[in-house]
Design a protein around this ligand. Structure first.
Ligand code: GAL
Length: 417
């Protein structure tokens, strides 16, 4: 990993001589909101039933940014946890440095090759060895709406960006916050991503952010994306600075705000508050992105811990995550869809069923996109730089669009430096 090279590697090797052959597994994760905690509790319970001890190391905040920083410090001091929530290209970065234990045994025993879609399993391997276990598939491009507020404002759920702005005007006039947004860089970047998906379309989005094509990164469509992004600010409220994503979702749940554009972990909050999909709240594809699926896959990796390559508790944890019972229970409350292709979706609500259909449709039409704002498309260096540029632009009307496009291009290229 570019940001902490040989020193970390040396610490990891030092650590690997310490044996840890207990039935304890320390897990570092960031699932602390109401919906997230409920979902991960299922796994803690299952580990307990199997006779293993889950030692919780939860670090709240900023969609994992705080947890990952803590993980780096732990790893630097030669004391990584047994398991940690890491995803996307970062799995490669940790794996290439030699930190991660292989899960090939469990993968073989549970037939991961057949159970997990190829687009997902590509993220889980380093040098063709499994080093991560996936939980789910989150769709990021959703708009969540309070059904009652829309009704009171006399608007239909918006399908396009134009419809969104028309609706937002009416909602504002009716005295509600049109768009719930927490003023944290990652939440702003999530909104930016969803507008970019709609305006650039899948092909140009891919060209810009995955192929890092300079023309696509500074195109007229990118300019339009920034313009629309800035225009949305007037529909957010003044109390957004520093507000967490789940407190932001609560504004929609409580009927203070009409809509939030956020991944489907937001649904976990509605469910934890006992709200019903289709009745109390609506899930609509983010305006202009009905055919696309921006995916975000949660996964755990396991750190090498000395005596044996992978301890029995680590193996048990990996195994349980892909067990059908857990896949069902966890995803029912987390808001995502199961990562196993063979889970019956009958008990899932209409949002999850639509998500599964959208995933299959997008896969068949080449409209699956790795989420830009959720560590799936670019590495940490680029992501931090991009968050910074996007947030600065959103929060200061004096920041120039052309200059911002040049900075976006530099940020996307930062991974290569
Ligand atoms: C995402 C993560 C989700 C959800 C969200 C907010 O990055 O993949 O599972 O927890 O952060 O915490």
């Amino acid at each position: 990993m570019k940001c902490f090279p040989s020193l970390l590697f040396a610490s990891a090797l030092a650590f690997s001589v310490q044996a840890n052959e207990t039935n304890n597994v320390e897990v570092l994760h960031w699932w602390t909101s109401g919906g997230e905690a409920r979902s991960v509790d299922t796994l803690k319970e299952m580990m307990k039933r199997e006779g293993h001890v889950w030692t919780d190391f939860a670090v709240a905040g900023r969609a994992g940014e705080s947890a990952i920083n803590t993980l780096r410090i732990r790893a630097l001091s030669g004391n990584p946890p047994d398991a940690a929530q890491i995803k996307g290209p970062e799995i490669q970065e940790w794996g290439k440095l030699g930190f991660l234990a292989t899960l090939d045994d469990v993968a073989k025993e549970q037939h991961w090759n057949e159970l997990v879609p190829r687009r997902v399993s590509d993220f889980l391997k380093v040098d063709d060895h499994y080093v991560a276990v996936p939980f789910n598939i989150h769709r990021v491009n959703w708009l969540w709406a309070n059904a009652d507020v829309l009704k009171k404002a006399g608007v239909e759920p918006p399908k396009t960006l134009d419809e969104f702005f028309n609706a937002a005007e009416k909602i504002k006039a009716a005295g509600y916050i049109p768009l719930a947004l927490g003023n944290e860089p990652w939440q702003e970047a999530t909104l930016f991503e969803l507008i970019a998906l709609a305006i650039l379309g899948t092909e140009d989005f891919h060209k810009a952010f995955i192929e890092q094509d300079s023309d696509a990164l500074t195109s007229d469509k990118m300019r339009e994306t920034l313009h629309v992004f800035r225009k949305m600010k007037q529909y957010t409220d003044i109390n957004s600075p520093g507000r967490s994503w789940s407190d932001t979702t609560s504004l929609v749940i409580d009927g203070k705000a009409a809509m939030q554009m956020m991944g489907d972990w937001a649904k976990g909050e509605f469910l934890a508050a006992d709200k019903k999909a289709g009745k109390d709240f609506l899930c609509i594809p983010a305006p202009g992105t009905a055919n696309q699926f921006s995916f975000n896959i949660d996964s755990f990796v396991f750190f090498k811990n000395g005596a044996s390559e992978t301890s029995e508790s680590q193996k048990m944890l990996a195994r349980l995550i892909l067990e059908p019972e857990f896949q069902r229970e966890f995803n029912l409350s987390k808001g995502s869809i199961p990562v196993r292709v063979d889970i019956d979706m009958q008990d899932f609500d209409p949002c999850a069923q639509e998500s599964m259909q959208a995933f299959l449709r997008a896969a068949a039409t080449d409209n699956l996109v790795a989420s830009l704002s959720h560590n799936m498309a670019i590495g940490r260096a680029s992501q931090f730089a991009l968050f910074d540029v996007i947030s600065r632009f959103f929060n200061d009307d004096n920041v120039d669009i052309d200059e911002t496009m040049r900075h976006i291009r530099a940020a996307v290229l930062a991974d290569k430096l």
